[in-house]
Write a protein that binds this ligand. Structure first.
Ligand code: DAH
Length: 356
């Protein structure tokens, strides 16, 4: 029995892993293991012999079992130590720097314009970029034969063969949102509608997609005077300096009378400064909403009147932040975006200042 004991205690001490331990357990104390075989021999012994050998065999079995489980947990501890060594982590190391994204100047300027008009009581309205020709043209008093349709270099969608309905268009301006908002809200109304618009045109000052902000205010007694005040107030807040404006009589089918608005500027070594000098730069179209447009929006022109305007956002962004080429806005050049972009946490507000 001593040999048996020495043999297994030795083997267990040298076992390399849990599988070896399990093999030894089966061999020594398993149902058909060596101890079990010895137990069977007890039957052939005399009662006296059995009384001595029985407890001895049981003690040996216990000894081997505890040696097995001691070795097993020693192996597990060693494995854990090994893992901890390789998985060690220095939590005091500085974090890896990640480049922050930036806010595109168009988004920034849209936020700025929205903040200024919100302060004057204008809510934000939106409409689809794919429009029916009715919202984009007819409802705005631009009938089928009207030259304005051709002038706008419209993108048309395709209809299925045999479908004779007029094709949808990519909206050529934000003015259709006027109609949708009148239908939805009725009068009185005070909204601005920022968004993307599309025209088939491409050169240094035109891109096939660009941005506008439409404005619409309807009430019982609004006049051109209110329009002028609102726009002057807007430009002064936006450029952060008193900006003179010039209203030039002009024609848009959806307003009567209509006016184009120029802002005061100065050209200096090829770049322009707003709010100084005695040159003028055209920045928007505006006017008193045409009675036919009110009717198309379901509003009684004998009861309500008001003004509308449409501003090019891209142009405003170029002027305010000295960006020379319109096309760069849409090139997705990371170096350009990092240079002209804005910190994402600097939300423009009237009280916090509109620029960084
Ligand atoms: N929709 C015109 C354009 O894209 C801009 C415009 C002019 C909008 C006069 C207006 C307006 O609301 O009254 O060229």
């Amino acid at each position: 029995m001593d040999d048996l004991r020495d043999k297994y205690i030795g083997l267990i001490a040298n076992a390399a892993d849990e599988t070896a331990i399990e093999d030894l357990r089966v061999q020594a104390v398993g149902k058909k293991g060596e101890i079990a075989l010895k137990m069977r021999e007890l039957g052939k012994m005399t009662p006296e012999e059995r009384q001595v050998m029985g407890p001895k065999l049981n003690a040996l079995k216990d000894e081997i079992n505890s040696a097995l489980s001691a070795k097993k947990s020693a192996l597990a501890d060693a494995a854990l130590d090994e893992r901890l060594k390789t998985e060690w982590l220095d939590v005091t190391l500085p974090g890896r720097g990640r480049r922050q994204g930036s806010i595109h100047p168009i988004s920034q300027v849209t936020e700025e314009v929205t903040a200024i008009f919100a302060d004057m009581g204008f809510a934000v309205a939106e409409g689809p970029q794919i429009e029916t020709d009715w919202y984009n043209f007819d409802a705005l008093n631009i009938p089928g034969h009207h030259p304005a349709r051709a002038e706008m270099d419209t993108f048309y969608t395709h209809r299925a063969e045999g479908d004779n309905r007029p094709p949808h268009v990519l909206r050529t301006h934000t003015s259709p949102v006027q109609i949708r908002s009148m239908e939805k809200q009725g009068a009185p109304i005070r909204i601005i509608c920022p968004g993307r618009v599309y025209r088939a045109d491409y050169d240094q000052t035109h891109t096939p997609m660009f941005h506008q902000i439409e404005g619409l205010a309807l009430d019982k007694d609004l006049s051109m005077a209110n329009l002028k005040w609102v726009l002057e107030e807007f430009f002064t807040a936006f450029f952060g300096t008193e900006v003179k404006t010039r209203f030039r009589s002009s024609h848009f089918p959806f307003v009567e009378p209509g006016a184009e608005v120029d802002i005061q500027c100065k050209w200096e070594n090829g770049s322009v400064k707003v709010g100084e000098g005695d040159d003028w730069l055209e920045v928007l179209g505006s006017g008193m909403v045409h009675p036919k447009v009110l009717e198309a929006g379901g509003i009684d022109p004998n009861e309500w009147q008001g003004f509308a305007f449409g501003i090019g956002i891209d142009r405003l962004a170029m002027l305010k932040y000295g960006i020379p080429d319109l096309r760069a806005f849409f090139d997705s050049d990371l170096r350009w975006l990092r240079h002209y972009g804005f910190a994402s946490l600097d939300q423009p507000t009237l009280h916090g200042g509109l620029t960084r």
